[in-house]
Write a protein that binds this ligand. Structure first.
Ligand code: HEM
Length: 405
């Protein structure tokens, strides 16, 4: 249950309303009982990350906005694209100092695991593209706090642009040398950390967001972990469901790349799960129970499903993307998102996906593979491309406003 914020109380209109607010609050957030012993830090104070944001970045970025430094900073940061590149000259001293520290890999980062993660990403690129786009991406629309934050922030007005920026993160984390000097993931993560800090400052000023949000400041560390689970944890769960054979070392390496990613996004080590078992336990507590329908999420999902419209007038892409969403996230979520049933694609995915994966993985003898299974490959590439082809040129920049009126 959300603690009753001052604004909730006011909105609910006094004591009677407060009682009502208590009984109708959005899906309850379970108490935080996940132990920091299971984290990459191995220990921690155990504070509920619901009430932790980003102590370093938040006041700094709020001050950049207030000082009018953001346009200059954004222009300078456009030239900063590679992990190993020095920060551009001319950044405000406080920002420079913060970014120098924020760009450091954690001491527990393991280069050998990060290299192995690339092998995994390369081998599983097809599945990963589809899963990031359609399982993680669509799941974000049924994470109420995220859906509201995205919808009412500047990026919510241009989802094509927004999705391309998120796709860049998915691409950068899976690229060769992602975290090495010639890679880009450190840059992307640190810039994203600045964007999130800006959103924490800006969104509370949006009357639209404030009118529907059940919190005063968005993007807590707990929310960050919820979204994190919609990415690697959800992807790994699906790959396991589909019985894709993954060597243990590769699975650990994939997790590791996302642990390092989480650290660079400003998530505290004490909240980052050390193992898949710990990740699953944390996701069961923080992700699964909070999934719910919001009007903002329904609108965002509709925009996402229509992203292919300029290419094929939505004739093929929308039904396929809808059917994939239903297949991956289930009937209940599809219903929340008002995704219609697809008489051709729904049954095809249900019956043919398992054998398709098996064939791809070489578990079934090749000559027995009906030709139709191979068609999936082509459709999948198209579906993934719909999300990823928008990905250029992509600049992650500190926003100065919320969603325009
Ligand atoms: C911006 C990724 C968690 C809300 C971004 C951007 C990326 C990103 C790459 C930059 C794109 C842009 O500038 O539009 C992530 C990742 C997360 C995470 C990997 C967790 C592991 C969250 C959470 C929320 C959130 C928990 C809200 C509850 C936003 C918003 C923006 C943003 C509102 C700015 C959109 C805009 O106005 O442009 N995020 N995010 N993010 N994120 Fe996140």
């Amino acid at each position: 249950m959300e603690p009753l914020t001052r604004r909730n109380m006011l909105r609910a209109g006094g004591a009677l309303g407060a009682l009502g607010a208590l009984s109708v609050a959005a899906p309850a957030q379970a108490a935080w009982t996940w132990s920091a012993k299971g984290s990459v830090a191995g220990a921690g104070a155990g504070a509920d990350p619901r009430w932790v944001w980003d102590d370093e970045a938040d006041p700094l970025v709020a001050s950049l906005i207030e000082r009018g430094d953001v346009p200059r900073v954004n222009a300078l940061l456009r030239t900063w694209t590679k992990n190993g590149q020095p920060l551009p000259a001319g950044l405000p001293a406080d920002l420079h100092a913060f970014m120098e520290s924020a760009r450091q890999l954690p001491p527990w980062a393991d280069p050998a695991k990060l290299d192995l993660a690339f092998d995994f990403n390369e081998k599983r690129g097809l599945y990963l593209g589809v899963l990031y786009g359609l399982a993680s991406g669509m799941m974000s629309t049924v994470i109420p706090k995220e859906a509201r934050a995205v919808y009412y922030s500047q990026g919510g007005a241009d989802m094509k642009d927004r999705i391309s920026k998120t796709a860049k993160l998915g691409y950068d984390i899976g690229a060769r040398n992602a975290f090495r000097p010639d890679g880009e993931m450190v840059v992307t993560a640190v810039k994203t950390r600045l964007v999130h800090a800006a959103v924490r400052h800006l969104l509370p000023q949006s009357p639209h967001w404030a009118g529907v949000a059940d919190e005063d400041i968005p993007i807590s560390q707990r929310d960050m972990m919820v979204t994190w689970h919609s990415l690697p944890t959800t992807v790994m769960r699906k790959l396991r469901d589909w019985e894709v054979p993954i060597p243990a070392a590769e699975s650990t390496a994939f997790l590791h790349s996302w642990q390092v990613g989480a650290h660079l996004l400003g998530i505290r080590d004490e909240y980052i799960p050390a193992t898949w078992a710990e990740a699953d336990a944390q996701a069961d507590q923080v992700l699964t129970p909070i999934l719910a329908r919001t009007p903002e999420g329904v609108k965002l999902a509709d925009i996402l499903l229509k992203l292919g419209t300029p290419i094929d007038a939505g004739i093929l892409s929308k039904p396929i993307l809808g059917a994939f969403t239903r297949f991956m996230l289930g009937d209940e979520i599809a219903q929340w998102l008002e995704i219609p049933r697809e008489p051709v694609w729904d049954p095809l995915l249900r019956t043919a996906w398992g054998p398709f994966v098996a064939v791809r993985e070489g578990l079934l003898p090749f000559p027995l593979a009906p030709k139709a299974y191979w068609l999936f490959d082509e459709f999948l590439r198209k579906a993934a491309l719909l999300f990823l082809s928008e990905a250029r040129p992509i600049r992650i920049e500190i926003p100065l406003t919320n969603r325009p009126e």
